[in-house]
Design a protein around this ligand. Structure first.
Ligand code: HEC
Length: 194
């Protein structure tokens, strides 16, 4: 083994590996000092003076702001419910159909003829025959009767889409429909909705 004679060579050795006492590059040392200065400033700002929000406080504030925006949108939708008309846009109806087949069909049948949930194609409505009645029923649900409250999982837009879609099923007469649950007066024909 050749002996290495460097003034920077440190005396220790491990398995033949030696170490040179090189000077650290200037940029590295500067960066290191900057980090120390930053840490001191950070400590002062956030932990000593308490002048800025720590992560949890920042998160809570942003979540509160987000919830406020969401609630504003939701309450706007709720006040607009009665004045909305069903969409006739094929893209909206296609979206609504997709939602209906995945979320609603298990209870209302893919053709809307009714299963656990009532028939959505006939003239008998438990919660009112108007489009707005449908919107409100879907939005708020009838939890005690097994109809889910969809406002917790669907956006207003999605409720509007699916309600518009089921509106197109009215009067479609699917085979073996569930008999009307509401024998009382609310008989209305599809013509009443136009
Ligand atoms: C877990 C089963 C279930 C699911 C899933 C379900 N529904 Fe219902 N739905 C019901 C039941 C049960 C009722 C009847 C409630 C009552 O008797 O008051 C109902 C009622 C309704 C009504 C009112 C009918 C009327 O006669 O006034 C509409 C509209 C409706 N559902 C639409 C939907 C839509 C749209 C979806 C999907 C987003 C959906 N439902 C998903 C069970 C369900």
């Amino acid at each position: 083994m050749t002996e290495y004679n460097d003034p920077l060579l440190l005396p220790h050795e491990v398995d033949g590996i030696r170490e040179l006492d090189n000077k650290l590059p200037r940029w590295w040392v500067l960066l290191f000092y900057c980090c120390i200065a930053f840490a001191a400033a950070y400590m002062l700002q956030y932990h000593v003076l308490g002048a800025g929000d720590l992560m949890v406080a920042q998160y809570t504030k942003e979540m509160a702001a987000g919830t406020a925006v969401k609630q504003a949108a939701m309450s706007r939708f709720e006040t607009e419910l009665p004045t909305l008309d069903p969409s006739k846009d094929p893209a909206v109806l296609a979206q609504g159909k997709k939602t209906f087949l995945t979320l609603c069909a298990p209870c209302h049948r893919p053709d809307g003829g009714g299963l656990v949930g009532p028939n959505l194609t006939d003239d008998y409505w438990i919660h009112g025959p108007l489009f707005a009645d449908n919107l409100r029923t879907i939005w708020n649900g009838v939890p005690e009767k097994g109809m889910i409250t969809w406002k917790n999982s669907l956006k207003p837009k999605e409720v509007y889409e699916v309600a518009s879609y089921i509106f197109t099923l009215r009067g479609s007469h699917p085979p073996n429909p569930k008999p009307p649950e509401n024998q009382a007066p609310a008989k209305t024909g599809p013509s009443a909705f136009e």
